[in-house]
Write a protein that binds this ligand. Sequence first.
Ligand code: H2B
Length: 113
Amino acid sequence: MNDLIPLAQAHCTPRRGAEHRLTEARVRELLPQVPGWTLAEDGRALVKTFPFKDYYQTMAFVNALAYVAHREDHHPDLSVHYDRCVVRFSTHDVGGLSENDFICAAKTDALVP
Ligand SMILES: C[C@H](O)[C@H](O)[C@H]1CNC2=NC(N)=NC(=O)C2=N1
């Protein structure tokens, strides 16, 4: 992937197969570019909790994120609560993290002020 393009402006491409799974070194390089996201499941997923003031704001975020996921054809797992949403990105087609997860994490951050 071209690192000259900020992650939030890059687009997902189909990535299938273990060869698209990021190395630990690449994950360490990308992680600082998505502040607040943490590794989970032994480095196979990226997770962040987004807090909101009420259910309406939470659902507005969920709907905006669903639109991004549809546009990028890359889909998060969501845990939706009254005042927060826990977002988890992982690429099942590679069995771990791909560049698509970092691109979508950055695009998710761009949805909130
Ligand atoms: C064909 C299509 O591009 C793939 O099935 C996409 C769809 N959305 C996806 N979302 C996630 N999170 N992981 C994937 O591997 C994935 N694959």
